[in-house]
Design a protein around this ligand. Structure first.
Ligand SMILES: Nc1nc2c(ncn2[C@@H]2O[C@H](COP(=O)(O)OP(=O)(O)OP(=O)(O)O)[C@@H](O)[C@H]2O)c(=O)[nH]1
Ligand SMILES: [Mg+2]
Length: 435
């Protein structure tokens, strides 16, 4: 499987088409910020469709396919074109690249026709705008429609102008990918990619003083709903009943999901060959980038007496006596390092500017923030070089069971196991899209 747990079938497939040398491979590199695809000024550099799994936030995991030019010639060229057009059949969102200043031609019309037949969303990207713009003309050309823009409009296709080389408006393109993503891909899933129809999912919900009267809390409800959407069977129990419930089940459940406060008991009562994780870890993945939170948690292993820890919350909720952020986490961390730590606290919609002075940031579960905001905060921390983790991951860590709780997420687990001195292997890009 690809870079993370999401099977290829669940990822949105974005395919890049265009004439030879239009900059298809360059654009993929610009989107990912990595040199994944070979770029050269020789027309026909890419000869076979190449699919790469990656993350574009906030869409989440996608597969981007680079293709050979749709205008390739000769007997071999025709075969390549055929292969390129075959890619359409697994495409969820097509991107057609046309070189700036050039006139859309026969091939572009043909592709537009095929895409329309298949009722696929497609966006038109005019690439290499750096070549047609001089500084003086810039403001005027913005208002003037280019030939490519006019063609896109005539075909009722969304249009963006970019430069893969300079990076100009790549953020705008990402935004456009997001707004044109087909239904169903915009929302990441909670457990949908971890289970199959007919699987049994056990949810452990402690009912104690802290539990709200007469209802379940949102992460529990959302997980239950996701299990239903994915045709799984859910069994909901309190931690006391878990052992008995597992013994009474005829088939082994796929996963046991618990509230973090019952972690230790649930870990003890769940056989090792059954996945066990927490609602908070599922929500960390749903709301942000779990791998980044786990990579950030490695800093907890290295905390020393006197280090500075920022506890950051998304809202300004009323705090109970043994508040998790204000009281519990600081207490556990002090115990873990065997001495005093310096804590800073922030809450509300503003993410502090002075994060650079901290050794680690621990963010709340972000129930009031959306995925984009969480990803933005993760990116801000990463840009500042400050490790950032969150409550769910920290709770699993202080209980000594983060390792096990990451079993369903192999990439995150690999990151956790890696020694902090070694470079972090797979880099998942977290990027805030403009707008
Ligand atoms: N100035 C400028 N050059 C670009 C830009 N994007 C790509 N190029 C150049 O255009 C040439 C072709 O780029 P590729 O990314 O290989 O194009 P491609 O569409 O993948 O080409 P084939 O694989 O041969 O079909 C290279 O020399 C790139 O450096 C851009 O935005 N501006
Ligand atoms: Mg190429």
């Amino acid at each position: 499987m690809g870079m993370n747990q999401t099977p290829s079938g669940e990822r949105m497939h974005i395919s890049i088409f265009g004439r030879r040398n239009s900059g298809k491979s360059s654009l993929i590199n610009a989107l990912t910020g990595q040199k994944l695809a070979i770029v050269s000024d020789v027309a026909g550099t890419t000869t076979d469709p190449v699919a790469k799994a990656m993350e574009i936030l906030p869409i989440g995991p996608v597969v981007i396919t680079d293709t050979a030019g749709i205008d390739d010639v000769g007997a071999l060229g025709e075969l390549r074109v055929e292969k390129t057009l075959r890619v359409l059949e697994k495409t969820d969102l097509a991107v057609l690249i046309i070189e700036a200043g050039s006139e859309p031609g026969e091939w572009d019309n043909k592709l537009a026709g095929m895409v329309k037949e298949r009722k696929l969303p497609m966006l038109v990207v005019e690439n290499k705008i750096d070549l047609v713009r001089t500084r003086d003309l810039k403001s005027e050309i913005r208002d003037l429609k280019s030939q490519v823009g006019t063609w896109a409009e005539a075909h009722e296709l969304p249009y963006v102008a970019v430069s893969a080389t300079t990076g100009e408006n790549i953020e705008g393109l990402k935004q456009c990918l997001i707004t044109n993503a087909p239904e169903g891909f915009a929302e990441p899933t909670i457990i949908g990619d971890l289970i199959n129809p007919g699987d049994i999912v056990v949810l452990v919900v402690p009912i104690d003083k802290a539990a709200p009267k007469g209802r379940l809390i949102l992460p529990q409800v959302m997980t239950l709903r996701d299990a239903l959407d994915n045709d799984a069977y859910s069994v909901v129990v309190k931690e006391r009943e878990l052992k008995n419930a597992l013994e009474n089940l005829k088939n082994k459940p796929k996963i046991v999901i618990t509230d973090s406060q019952a972690f230790l008991k649930v870990a003890a009562d769940t056989p090792k060959d059954i996945w066990m994780t927490s609602f908070s870890i599922l929500m960390a993945r749903y709301k942000g980038n779990l791998e980044e939170f786990v990579a950030g948690a490695r800093a907890l292993k290295n905390l020393k007496i006197g280090d500075k820890v920022l506890i950051s919350e998304g809202c300004t909720h009323h705090r109970q006596g043994d508040d998790i952020g204000k009281v519990q986490i600081p207490r556990w961390l002090r115990q873990a390092v065997g001495g005093e730590l310096e804590f800073g606290f922030s809450s509300g919609i503003e993410f502090p500017d002075d994060i650079a002075k901290y050794n680690v940031i621990i963010h709340c579960g972000a129930c009031t923030l959306n995925r984009r905001e969480v990803c933005f905060r993760q990116k801000s921390a990463k840009d500042a070089g400050i490790p950032m983790t969150n409550y769910g991951v920290t709770l699993a860590y202080v209980h000594g069971i983060l390792d096990r709780a990451l079993d369903p997420f192999p990439l995150a687990k690999a990151l956790w196991e890696e020694s902090p001195d070694k470079p972090v292997r797979p880099k998942l890009k977290i990027q805030r899209t403009s707008g």
